[in-house]
Ligand binder design. Structure first.
Ligand code: SF4
Ligand code: SF4
Length: 428
């Protein structure tokens, strides 16, 4: 694609990077066929190629973003399905980040939207605040029909609170072979601590000492998704500092990630801080240590399993793992190895609509994508659904009675750990 940036504009390394990405696009349109929003809305500007043009215009003109540009970029799920399909290797993820950061700097959203997005950014990354908000929402729930769509969407998703608390240090059950850190997430600490507990039990049973430093909180992915790049950088720095302090106490073999949405952002820290003289090296170190739990299992081995093909699992491939980290079917293969009967879901490359905070900020599209995904899940006739991302699990569970679990809950159970609550309830 031809570009017309001035020499002066190209002196800014961020603009120079955006230009390089734009030049890789040959307008072939292959990406359009696998873009969920283009499939649903049928508008060129709601597909990757159209969005690439919009970002190009916005950056080249160096003018404040317009309402149209904001509308179409807001509708992008950041699912990165387009990057899997693109034959030219266009780095859409980083181009979109430039576009969103430009919007954040130059576009004044309506007051209600600013307040709403500010609220998400002030509450979600902090587990105690999020727990308080969930408790308070119980009082508002009876009046939800009077609320605006986005607040109603939030209430509809409201997951149950976690009452258990994972320990900061978990020792290997027998002889220590590895020392790892667990990145426990922020939202997950409030509503998905059972996933952290299953991960810790699995790792302990596989001879891993695990630390969960209290100084390590949110990784910044939630703010990054909303284009709040300055907040995301501040949060990511705190995250990096937390791990570096732990690494000084003793080396880590891996930083275990069990929320694939976070994993995609953390693995990209090297790029995020590439121009930062203080953080570049530290960021690269943390990014290199970061491993999805499925990658960690291939490193330490699954061990003996006790499940004998009696439970049928539909594997939902989270976009952040599939397109973001290109991990593909590894979790499904591990489930099979553990003895489960595993089915793939039709249209597995299409996002379920969860996408960070997308199911709250764009509830209509998110609900449509969820219905499409659930129809495909139900067609497998599976007993349970499993994915590697809490966000997908909460979103899917709000639309089906089939239990939705994290892959590690099943793998932990299959290798001698606790039986997941959802399976106990279903008496499987
Ligand atoms: S597939 Fe790649 S090269 Fe083709 S239009 Fe899409 S982004 Fe551009
Ligand atoms: S990230 Fe997903 S929604 Fe956005 S343009 Fe690419 S395929 Fe479409």
């Amino acid at each position: 694609m031809q570009t017309r940036f001035s020499q002066k504009q190209l002196e800014d390394p961020k603009t120079a990077e955006a230009e390089k990405i734009l030049r890789n696009c040959v307008h072939c349109g292959f990406c359009m066929a696998t873009c969920p929003t283009y499939l649903l809305l049928g508008n060129e500007l709601d597909g990757p190629r159209g969005r690439i043009y919009l970002i190009k215009e916005m950056l080249e003109n160096d003018a404040p973003a317009t309402k149209v540009e904001v509308e179409h970029l807001d509708k992008c799920l950041t699912c990165l399905s387009c990057t899997t399909t693109c034959p030219s290797g266009v780095d859409y993820a980083h181009l979109l980040a430039h576009g969103r950061s430009h919007i954040e700097k130059t576009y004044k959203r309506p007051l209600t939207e600013r307040l709403f997005r500010g609220m998400l950014s002030t509450i979600l990354p902090y587990p105690n605040r999020f727990k308080l908000a969930i408790r308070a929402s119980g009082f508002i729930s009876p009046f939800k029909s009077f609320l605006p769509d986005k607040l109603r969407a939030m209430l509809d998703l409201r997951p149950p609170l976690s009452h258990e608390r994972a320990p900061q240090i978990t020792k290997a059950r027998e002889k220590t072979k590895y020392r790892m850190g667990l990145s426990a997430g922020c939202v997950q600490r409030a509503v998905g601590e059972h996933i952290n507990l299953a991960t810790l039990e699995f790792l302990s049973n596989h001879n891993v000492d695990v630390v969960m430093p209290p100084a390590v909180g949110c990784c910044g992915a939630l703010d990054e998704h909303m284009g709040k790049s300055e907040n995301a950088i501040k949060t990511a720095k705190r995250y990096i500092d937390g791990w570096m302090a732990e690494i000084e106490k003793g080396p880590l073999d891996a930083i275990v990630i069990n929320t694939s949405g976070c994993g995609t952002s953390i693995k990209d820290y090297g790029h995020l801080f590439r121009h930062d003289p203080v953080y570049a090296e530290k960021a690269k170190k943390v990014a290199t240590l970061a491993k999805d739990i499925s990658e960690v299992i291939t490193m330490i081995g699954l061990g003996e399993t006790k499940i004998k093909n009696t439970i049928h699992v539909a594997y939902h491939s989270a976009c952040s793992l599939n397109h973001g980290q290109k991990i593909g079917d590894l979790p499904a293969l591990l489930l099979k190895e553990a003895g489960f009967k595993v089915s793939h879901i039709k249209e597995s490359h299409i996002c379920c609509g969860s996408a960070g905070t997308y199911n709250i900020t764009q509830p209509e599209i998110a609900t449509e994508l969820r219905s499409r995904k659930i129809k495909n899940i139900e067609a497998t006739k599976a007993d349970v659904v499993a994915s590697s991302n809490l966000g997908c699990n909460i979103h899917l569970a709000s639309g089906t009675d089939i239990p939705v679990l994290h892959v590690i809950e099943l793998l932990n159970w299959a290798t001698g750990g606790k039986k997941p609550e959802a399976i106990k309830i279903k008496k499987m």
